[in-house]
Design a protein around this ligand. Structure first.
Ligand code: VG1
Ligand code: CO
Length: 542
């Protein structure tokens, strides 16, 4: 029976860079999930009888939220609801299911790289029919709706057994529990030369993939160990745990330090990789060769044609604004377009749909292509493996040759996490106020060529997005970028992105922080970081 339940709005149900993210206890409040999901449905049109995809990264509260979404979706008139078995769907796999099953859209339950567990984070994100995150005009409409909602529709039906594959009726809808891995693995098989990668493993190539007790475990074991013949034990921490085993599922140099140390050890594996909570990020470290995500984007774009799925070449590259300009040099040399978008994968969707770009990436360990409409951690790992197998070279050699051909963009991000929101806002206001005065100023060898607050005009739908981060540009091509995170759940996080281009191959072997030392010091001073946040040192350096 359909129930109409009276409710009142919650404050702050505003989707950020990637959906609505809050602490678990916030989501556990009565009506909280229902209000947000009903607000999404209230902003959609013409979905009666269509298909909705639902799945998450397996974190704490995933199963409860899925049951709620199923009841609301059925009561609101969706005809078929596809759910990953066990409530599991990685973010890129969900994007793929939406596309291959021609669903109306999907709801992904995840807080991505944020910690999980009863006191951790949870999140809800709506993806549209192309498989990608809802564009800003949709998320803004949803937020407006959350402020005015008065009722939601649900059912008094029993919970669905998420562990039993097959179909079951819920109200007038059919819920279908699907295998979370199959479609995705088949897609990877079409894009890459599995025989060649199998040959690589058979030749003794050694790899470690850390699934970080998060969603990629089942995917990585199926693809790497079963289909590609990597030795058992290649995939570590492969069981998705509700609290990610108590770890932080962010595959960066702080939370995946052990992989870095392993790859740098004398007898370390040839290739180390990891993904985040929901499977859309990637960390790539060759033996004695850490690849920054910005470089990875450039190197994958330059070599993608070696993989069967991209043999025709790539149409263009898109990167988020703070991502280094290493990819720009590849695009220039290849004679293809390079698009610079605001942070967040939702800005790539239109460019991919229009066929203007094939490969996209962000400095935050996100890379992907037109095969889905999300960034895709395992995809990046497999493309790297296919390139290594095709070129018969180590990651270190590929990286060295790339820098020699294109120059090296030294790059680092300094995060100041959980600082006071007022201070962080004051810091950004201080920077904005000073923008006009910066041009022409000199600091030692560094001269400022210009500074602005990045704004993006979408060439496809004509929408504008302002205030996307402060850019300080230098005469020698160096950059410092400042922005506040839109994925945190407490206080504010300031991100400072620092980049310097080095054409001289003789100077490509420096330690990154040392190579950027003068820019880092200037970056801290220009924004008066200690004054506004009380912090001298960043909490995370990537
Ligand atoms: C961060 C990253 C951004 C990424 C987003 C979602 O956002 O900087 O590049 O798209 O996380 O990634 P922010 O606003 O905190 O800087 V994930 O893995 O959550 O889906
Ligand atoms: Co993620």
């Amino acid at each position: 029976m359909i129930l109409t339940i009276a409710t009142t709005p919650f404050e702050g149900q505003k989707p950020g860079t990637s959906g609505l993210r809050k602490r678990v206890p916030v989501f556990q409040q009565r009506h909280y999930v229902e209000n947000f999901v009903q607000s999404i449905f209230d902003c959609l049109e013409g979905f009666a009888g269509t298909t909705l995809v639902v799945g998450g990264d397996g974190r704490y509260f995933n199963r409860e939220a899925i049951q709620t979404v199923i009841r609301l979706a059925a009561a609101n008139g969706f005809g078929r609801i596809l759910v990953g078995r066990g409530g599991i769907l990685s973010t890129p796999a969900a994007s793929n299911v939406i596309r291959v099953r021609k669903a109306y859209g999907g709801i992904i339950l995840s807080a991505s790289h944020n910690p999980g567990g009863p006191d951790g984070d949870f999140g809800i994100k709506y993806n549209v029919g192309n498989g990608g995150p809802a564009p800003e005009k949709v998320t803004e409409a949803v937020f407006a709706r959350t402020k005015a909602i008065t009722e939601y529709r649900t059912l008094d039906s029993a919970d669905v057994d998420l562990d039993r594959p097959g179909e079951i009726g819920v109200g007038d809808a059919i819920v279908e529990v699907i295998d979370p891995v199959d479609d995705y693995a088949a897609l990877m098989q079409r894009l890459f030369d599995f025989d060649r990668i199998r040959g690589l493993f058979a030749s003794g190539f050694r790899m470690k993939f850390d699934a970080m007790s998060a969603v990629t475990g089942p995917y990585a074991r199926q693809i790497l160990e079963r289909m590609l013949g990597a030795p058992h034990g290649t995939v570590m921490n492969f069981t998705p745990e509700p609290d990610f085993g108590g770890h932080h599922p962010d595959p960066n140099l702080v939370h995946a330090r052990h992989l870095y140390d392993l790859a740098m050890s004398i007898d370390g594996p040839d290739f180390c990789a990891a993904s985040d909570g929901d499977g859309d990020r990637n960390l790539i470290i060759g033996n004695h060769a850490f690849v920054t995500p910005s470089d990875s984007l450039a190197m994958l774009a330059a070599n993608a044609h070696l993989a069967p799925g991209y043999a025709k070449g790539i149409a263009g590259i898109a990167r988020s604004m703070p991502t280094s300009r290493a990819a720009d040099r590849v695009a220039e040399k290849m004679g293809i377009s390079l698009y610079e978008t605001p942070t967040g994968w939702k800005f790539f969707g239109n460019l991919l749909d229009a066929g203007l770009v094939t490969i996209c990436g962000e400095e935050s360990a996100g890379t992907g292509s037109d095969h889905v409409r999300e960034k895709d951690g395992l995809w990046a790992v497999l493309l790297w493996l296919d390139i290594v197998a095709a070129r018969r070279q180590s990651v270190a050699a590929i990286q060295r040759e790339h820098w020699a051909a294109y120059g090296r963009n030294y790059y680092s991000r300094h995060d100041f996490e959980e600082v006071e929101t007022d201070g962080a806002n004051a810091l950004m206001a201080h920077l904005r106020d000073g923008l006009v005065g910066l041009k022409g100023k000199r600091f030692g060898a560094l001269e400022i060529a210009g500074a602005d607050d990045f704004a993006y005009h979408d060439p496809i739908d004509g929408s504008d997005s302002a205030n996307q981060g402060i850019r300080v540009l230098f005469e020698d091509g160096s950059r410092i970028v400042y922005r506040l995170s839109g994925t945190g759940t407490s206080g504010a996080t300031l991100r400072v992105y620092i980049e310097r281009f080095e054409p001289d191959a003789a100077a490509h072997g420096l330690e990154t922080q040392a190579a950027l030392a003068d820019l880092i010091a200037l970056g801290h001073a220009l924004a008066r970081i200690e004054h506004f946040t009380g912090r001298r040192d960043p909490s995370v350096i990537t």
